[in-house]
Design a protein around this ligand. Structure first.
Ligand SMILES: C[S@@+](CC[C@H](N)C(=O)[O-])C[C@H]1O[C@@H](n2cnc3c(N)ncnc32)[C@H](O)[C@@H]1O
Length: 216
């Protein structure tokens, strides 16, 4: 099943400027980008076989220490073209596919990581992704996510109301155009799949989430 908005959120058009744009962390949506990517990469043990979902220009993949294999999944040819050149020399494979459709092409791995991509999936699609992630992790494996999240629907309402009342309606419109995670909902969904879950906040809008699959 292809995700509903794969074409809308394909970043082909953003590819030429993407790596320059993420350096500007003064925008609330990009605040914490560098620290969050570093944290996600640090959760992955060295010598792991890793899948990066929504790998973009390879900024997360390039921070993972000594992977035995890196499988980068993205729907965007142009983002992947840049990733290929930045990751040259690493043991990489590239899968041009949708986040929900890619799993038929993926093996079971040690870790699955993703930054700033899963907020492109609708709320009903995220649990489908989590199920696939669980099925493609070995026992004891880790899923590590860094993304745009609110602690809860209530936190979203409070933060958006603050943005609106301080003249930042454009930011609220941007938030409403995507599907920022609700951390409380995602945590419950991952726990229901048997994961042990830990989270860490990186900015007003970004969180890291570590989900560890039990050994057996
Ligand atoms: C904001 S970028 C993040 C890239 C990178 N992970 C990073 O942290 O810089 C989101 C990426 O997800 C990809 N993407 C969006 N929707 C997707 C989907 N349904 N399937 C696969 N990739 C998708 C986009 O093409 C883009 O490269």
């Amino acid at each position: 099943m292809r995700s509903e908005n794969a074409d809308k959120f394909n970043h082909d058009a953003d590819a030429p400027e993407y790596d320059r744009d993420v350096l500007n962390e003064s925008h609330p949506i990009r605040a914490g980008y560098e620290d969050l990517l570093k944290w996600v990469a640090q959760q992955v043990p060295s010598n792991s076989k890793v899948v990066d979902l929504g790998s973009g220009t390879g900024n997360l993949a390039m921070r993972i220490e000594s992977p035995t294999k890196l499988i980068c999944v993205d729907v965007s040819e142009q983002m992947t073209r840049i990733a290929r050149s930045k990751l040259a020399g690493l043991p990489c494979a590239f899968v041009l596919a949708d986040l929900l459709e890619c799993f038929t092409e993926l093996p079971v791995v040690d870790s699955i990581v993703s930054t700033y991509a899963i907020h492109h999936l609708a709320p009903t699609e995220k649990p489908i992704l989590f199920r696939n992630v669980c099925d493609h992790l070995r026992p004891g494996g880790k899923a590590v996510f860094g993304d745009l999240m609110f602690e809860s629907a209530r936190a979203e309402a409070a933060i958006c109301s603050e943005y609106s009342s301080t003249g930042r309606q454009n930011l609220v419109d941007d938030i409403n155009d995507e599907f920022f995670w609700h951390l409380d909902v995602a945590t419950d969904e991952l726990k229901r799949l048997g994961f042990k879950v830990r989270s860490k906040r990186f900015s007003e809008l970004s969180w890291g989430l570590l989900a560890e699959k039990p050994d057996s």
